[in-house]
Design a protein around this ligand. Structure first.
Ligand code: AMP
Ligand code: MG
Length: 362
């Protein structure tokens, strides 16, 4: 009887905080996690963006396991995480001046660079591409784990494919418990949205996925920077250059619609929609902000924080979408957020979760 592949394993959970980080049990847990990765196993770990599902980036078998655990299509490349600048050169063909400048400005941090790969990186890790995505995260647990693992950790977000990315260890547990060897719990991810991806293999550096590092921040260092048309509102039919951006992503179970416009008009319209849904026996959820959370009568309301602070919405968005999944709402209405700066990343993820359903009111 060979049912070994499908048999679930025990997933060990260990919490690492700034208080226990240097204590023997935490150091031992990090060593153990590093050993698991070196031996070809999988460990989920915190980063400042979202939780990552790590495997040895230079071991094709580890990358295959990552795709299997997530249920992710294997043409969707993984990001290789490093912990020291010197570790970049061996995995790329060359380090362009643009990468040096961005590395000096934003690493360690929430920025992923696309570069031509060297032969050291297996095609399994890059989804068959000749380029590789590389990031040096700033989270201390992530950096320690990468060092313990030997320097190169391939890690997509640690969610089941199609579900919102995990911003808490319990989200990882929900999706991957029994499928991976270990989860390191580092508390809530402080940014809450995936890294900015910038392609440096093009004549003009191109943003493939918006994130905390904004276009303005990149062009402050590099000068001219473009945004892949596929992630702009008018280009939603264009094929994206980051293969992962084409998949339905970040999706809650309930149908989500975004309502944009003046605050008072948005509140009025969402209330109408909630009543309509109730008339059909459907249960509504609303994604509001602190100022409007009290305005939605009988719906199940969750606030994404202060409207003026897009970093609060970024931190809470995936948690809110996951909570709604557990609360059996049938439809979700969300207020829209400003698309300036980091707000562009928030709206990019919200639009994907909504399958681009958005209504403008005035
Ligand atoms: P995740 O790891 O879940 O944040 O997803 C990684 C994202 O990076 C996906 O959207 C990938 O398509 C994208 N990506 C990774 N490697 C490359 C690459 N070589 N070229 C373009 N996009 C990439
Ligand atoms: Mg992902």
């Amino acid at each position: 009887m060979k049912h070994l592949e499908s048999r679930e394993m025990e997933t060990e959970l260990f919490k690492i905080t700034d208080e226990n980080r240097n204590r023997p049990d935490a150091l031992a847990a990090l060593k153990k996690a590093g050993r698991i990765l070196r031996d070809g196993g999988l460990v989920a770990f915190p980063t400042e963006t979202v939780y990552g599902l790590g495997g040895d980036a230079l071991n094709p078998e580890s990358s295959r396991k990552i795709y299997a655990a997530k249920g992710r299509p294997s043409d969707n490349p993984l990001i290789v995480h490093i912990c020291r600048w010197e570790d970049l050169a061996p995995i790329v063909r060359e380090i362009p001046e643009t990468a040096r400048k961005l590395g000096a400005a934003f690493w360690p941090g929430p920025l992923t660079m696309i570069l031509e790969k060297s032969d050291k990186v297996p095609k399994e890790t890059t989804g068959g591409l000749s380029t590789v995505a590389v990031r040096m995260p700033s989270d201390r647990t992530a950096l320690s784990l990468i060092r313990e693992a030997g320097g190169y950790v391939a890690a997509p977000s640690a969610n089941a494919s199609g579900r919102p990315s995990p911003t808490l260890a319990k989200h990882v547990k929900e999706d991957l418990s029994g499928k991976i060897e270990m989860i390191l719990d580092g508390g809530q991810a402080c940014i809450g949205l995936e890294s900015t991806i910038v392609d440096l293999t093009e004549a003009v550096p191109t943003i493939l996925r918006p994130g905390y590092i904004t276009k303005e921040m990149l062009s402050g260092i590099l000068g001219e920077v473009e945004t892949d048309r596929a992630i702009l509102p008018e280009g939603s039919d264009a094929p994206p250059k980051a293969p992962g951006m084409k998949y339905r992503h970040y999706a809650p179970k309930a149908e989500l619609t975004i309502i944009a416009g003046d605050e008072a008009a948005v509140v009025k319209r969402i209330n109408e929609l909630v009543q309509k849904a109730e008339g059909k026996g459907l249960r509504s959820g609303v994604i509001a902000t602190d100022a409007t959370a009290g305005s939605y009568g009988t719906a199940l309301v969750k606030s994404a924080g202060d409207r003026a602070k897009e970093e609060e919405a970024a931190r809470e968005l995936y948690r809110i979408l996951r909570e709604f999944d557990g609360e059996n709402v049938d439809v979700i209405y969300s207020e829209a957020f400003e698309e300036n700066g980091f707000g562009q990343a928030v709206m990019n993820r919200l639009l994907k979760a909504a399958g681009h359903r958005m209504e403008y009111v005035r």
